[in-house]
Design a protein around this ligand. Structure first.
Ligand SMILES: [Zn+2]
Ligand SMILES: [Zn+2]
Length: 214
């Protein structure tokens, strides 16, 4: 099953899953206990905006399946995330008008059948789910590519234009995502080039690895 994606430490049971792998709609506490041993993080990408009164989107999952995603939280689609869970995401997330190509990761979610017969994901004011729901400003493809980059990440400077090839004993690291650099100048040129857009995504991948990596 190639849809199980390896995380940084090549976990053979990566928790990133498609819709088909999620628990069903009738999810009771007994199932919830099972999920703790076998966590599932739903990964999808925004494919179209269907918002009318509340945020709603067409999404595609890892299998390329078209699904419906609706946000039924209080606060008109702005959710407050507890900061204690991690240190890399802003306390507030807006689910309003997310652009096509935005990636979403949600832990503790299950399949949902909407009243009109559509299948998909319903995000509501359940704190465990809300706290784990992440909006990532990249496509799923970019997310998976960054994951691969992280897997190769060694003990050399991360700036592509860096001329220092030696393995460094004392690396500077990005305070948020721990990406290594040989110097402040490499860090700042890499920040301007691409790291600004990638930093929080890498930090999230590191969080996934800490939580679920083996
Ligand atoms: Zn360097
Ligand atoms: Zn960083």
């Amino acid at each position: 099953m190639d849809h199980h994606l390896s995380l940084v430490l090549s976990n053979p049971h990566s928790p990133l899953v498609s819709y088909a792998m999620l628990p069903g709609d009738h999810w009771d506490m007994e199932d919830a206990e099972v999920e703790k041993d076998n966590p599932a993080i739903f990964l999808c990408e925004i494919a179209g905006n269907r918002s009318i009164l509340r945020p709603a989107y067409q999404i595609k999952d890892l299998d390329g399946k078209d699904l419906h995603f609706a946000v039924y939280t209080t606060g008109r689609g702005i959710t407050r995330v507890s900061q204690s869970l991690d240190d890399y995401h802003p306390a507030d997330q807006s689910w309003v008008n997310l652009p096509v190509g935005t990636t979403i990761c949600i832990e503790n979610i299950h399949q949902h059948y909407f009243m009109d017969g559509q299948q998909g994901i319903r995000l509501d004011s359940d704190n465990d789910t809300l706290n784990s729901a992440k909006i990532l400003k990249c496509t799923m493809q970019q997310f998976l590519e960054l994951n691969e980059t992280l897997r190769k990440n060694g003990s050399t400077c991360s700036s592509a234009s860096c001329t220092s090839e030696e393995k460094l004993e004392k690396l500077l690291r990005c305070a948020v995502c721990k990406t290594p650099y040989c110097s402040k100048s490499c860090q700042s040129s890499h920040w301007k080039l691409e790291h600004k857009k990638q930093c929080r995504i890498i930090a999230y991948l590191r969080y996934l690895n800490r939580q679920y990596g083996r």
